[in-house]
Design a protein. Structure first.
Ligand SMILES: Cc1cc2nc3c(=O)[nH]c(=O)nc-3n(C[C@H](O)[C@H](O)[C@H](O)COP(=O)(O)O)c2cc1C
Length: 200
C-alpha cells in the first residue's frame, strides 16, 4: 500500500529499494537475492536468466558470473541490461534498467575469495554456456581442479568476475485490488531522479 500515496515514498530510488529489499533480506528465504537479468546482443534478441544480487549501493547493483558466458557476450556487445525482482508474498516487483560495467579486478577478487572451495572450483571447471559432450565431462573437469587445488585455494580466473548495473531507471510496482496496481517510475534526468506515476 506504500505506493498509494507518493509522499510515503523515498525521493531517492536507491533508498526506496533498500526499504523493500531489507524486508526481503530479513526473511532470509533461499535465493532471496535472486533476480531475472535480461540482456541483448547485437542481433537485438533478448535473453533472460536468474542471477544473485551480491551487493548494491549508490554506485549500482552487482552480480558475478563467467565473462565468457552468453550474458557476458551480450554485455560485451551491448552494455544495457534490465534486472527484475519479484516478491510475490508482498505483491511487489522492482524493475531496474541501466548500463553495465565490469567491477574492478580487486572487487572480483575480494568476492571470489569469500566463495566456498566447491564454488571456486566450479568457476574453473565450467566454461559457462559452452557445449559439453556429457555430464561426466563436467565432473571430470571438476575433479581435475579439485585434485590440482586440494591444498591451496585457487585464485580467481580472469574469465570470472562481477558486473555492476548502473541504473538510470527504476520502477516500483505494488499490487492493488481490481488490478488497480500502483506503479512509480524513477528516471534519471540531468542528474536528478524524476518520479512519475504510471497506469497499471
Ligand atoms: C536462483 C538462481 C540464481 C542464479 N545465480 C547465478 C549467478 O549469480 N551467476 C551466474 O552466472 N549464474 C547464475 N545462475 C544460473 C543462470 O541462470 C544461467 O543458467 C547461467 O548464468 C548461464 O546463463 P547465460 O548462458 O545466459 O549466460 C542462477 C540460476 C538460478 C536459478
Amino acid at each position: 500500500m506504500e505506493l498509494r500515496n507518493i509522499s510515503n515514498t523515498k525521493k531517492d530510488p536507491f533508498n526506496q529499494f533498500s526499504l523493500w529489499y531489507n524486508i526481503i533480506r530479513k526473511e532470509n528465504r533461499d535465493n532471496y537475492n535472486g533476480l531475472a537479468l535480461s540482456t541483448a546482443g547485437v542481433d537485438g534478441r533478448v535473453s533472460s536468466r536468474m542471477v544473485l544480487l551480491k551487493k548494491y549501493d549508490k554506485k549500482g547493483f552487482v552480480f558475478f558470473t563467467n565473462y565468457g558466458s552468453r550474458k557476458g557476450l551480450h554485455l560485451s556487445q551491448n552494455p544495457y541490461a534490465s534486472m527484475l525482482f519479484y516478491w510475490p508474498e508482498h505483491g511487489r516487483q522492482v524493475r531496474i534498467e541501466g548500463r553495465t560495467e565490469k567491477v574492478s579486478k580487486k572487487e572480483s577478487d575480494e568476492y571470489f575469495n569469500t566463495r566456498i572451495q566447491g564454488h571456486k572450483l566450479n568457476a574453473l571447471a565450467s566454461d559457462q554456456s559452452t557445449e559439453i559432450p556429457d555430464r561426466q565431462y563436467l565432473l571430470d573437469r571438476y575433479n581435475e581442479m579439485a585434485s590440482m587445488y586440494h591444498d591451496t585455494p585457487p585464485t580467481r580466473p580472469d574469465h570470472w568476475g562481477g558486473y555492476r548495473l548502473v541504473p538510470d531507471l527504476f520502477e516500483f510496482w505494488e499490487e492493488g485490488e481490481n488490478r488497480l496496481h500502483d506503479r512509480l517510475e524513477y528516471r534519471l534526468l540531468n542528474g536528478r531522479w524524476v518520479i512519475r506515476r504510471l497506469a497499471p
